[in-house]
Design a protein around this ligand. Sequence first.
Ligand SMILES: Cc1cc2nc3c(=O)[nH]c(=O)nc-3n(C[C@H](O)[C@H](O)[C@H](O)COP(=O)(O)O)c2cc1C
Ligand code: SF4
Length: 442
Amino acid sequence: MEPLLHPEPHPLETLLLSRRFRLPNSRSIDTALANGAYQQFLKAASMTPDQIIAEVKASNLRGRGGAGFPVGLKWSFVPRTSPKPKYIVVNADESEPGTCKDRVIMQYDPHLLIEGCLIAGRSIDSKRGWIYIRGEYRYLIDIMDQAIDEAYARGWLGKNIQGTGIDFDLSTHSGAGAYECGEESALLESLEGNRGNPRIKPPFPATSGAFQCPTILNNVESYAAIPSILEMGGEKWASYGIPKAGGSKLTCLTGHLNRPGVYELALGFPVRKMLEEVGGGIRGGKKLKAFIPGGSSCPVLTGEEAWELTMDYDAMAKAKTMLGSGGVVVMDEDTDMVRAALRIMRFYQHESCGWCIPCREGTLWLKKLLTRLDAGDASAHDIDMVGELAENMLGRTFCALGDAAALPTISIVKKFRHEFEAKLAHKSVSLAGAQTLVNIHA
Ligand SMILES: Cc1cc2nc3c(=O)[nH]c(=O)nc-3n(C[C@H](O)[C@H](O)[C@H](O)COP(=O)(O)O)c2cc1C
Ligand code: SF4
């Protein structure tokens, strides 16, 4: 299996947050401290919360968990004063197929994430944080626990951190392998020890999050970006990206590429350059058939649609898809798109929490229909039915998992209908052939 992180960065990468990843023993606190870790927390300690939030706003950092909501704006929604404690929660559930970047941060630079949490804590006067990690990432829970222990031992967590008068406690919390627990409100339920069903919104976590207290909840990469933002200043950080999306993004190149891996690319990076130069081109010199920009919940683009786009939120929205979590999936000309739609639906059907009917029943029926279509054991009417069923789920579910299941399906049926029809035609030809043989032998 190809490594997620190549030994050397690609020359086209923009290294803002992955600068320490390739140092020997990069995850130890000694290496981290010798290479600048926790210095930005000390800077934050000398700034006011408003100044910190102003820098994060100036950076144009948009949430890296998928929705792309501006991070500084989200932090500004937390009430300045509150009779209740305020909390920091890290979403390290990373379960979206195609996405494998948060694990690289935790594996190679856990102290970067801890420092991001400390700065976030300082910005809202929070004294407690949790890192909610998907259960399948057992090895990362161990790595994070070890880094947290080191930080406590060296006075970078706990009471009166480095004499700043700031207190902050942090611990990991293991999920149990449910994709739905990556949805922020289901995550909070799970963190509180309840079943991971989503909550009605509003209220949003900024005012009523963990244990009904004001909470900042962000993705791992969003926190990991914060130290470099404070170090160079928000405006400078923003300048690496494009006007409405600052800085760089860890991009996961997966699928039929010669050099898959996780790369830190500036926002607005051209897709063609990303696939041909960074990813080394399509495997075997084949053509690009389909492209998912940001994890399996995004509408699928055809190769022709994808080539001239750039990796940014607005360009992808214009192309009627999403930048999402940066989990790029590349499918070459040999990919069976009916099988791909079925594979995606199997995942969502399995992960539906069952709370609301359109998602629970819709994903099950879609899986059944796609299974029949994949086997060629269906009718042309079933192709329409897949599209209609998926359309009917859109916007009618309790959380966004319903849309996440419907959107890729709708796009695949619309753009690759001929492949569904070909499966049906192939089956009827073989059935007709089989019938002829039966007649001959009769
Ligand atoms: C079904 C579902 C699964 C999600 N899974 C994740 C996840 O694994 N990691 C993540 O950061 N955000 C995930 N999200 C998005 C979160 O709800 C939330 O928007 C995000 O953690 C906010 O952080 P950000 O603003 O830094 O992106 C998921 C959303 C949904 C609807
Ligand atoms: S949309 Fe699906 S995952 Fe979300 S609450 Fe409804 S059943 Fe659960």
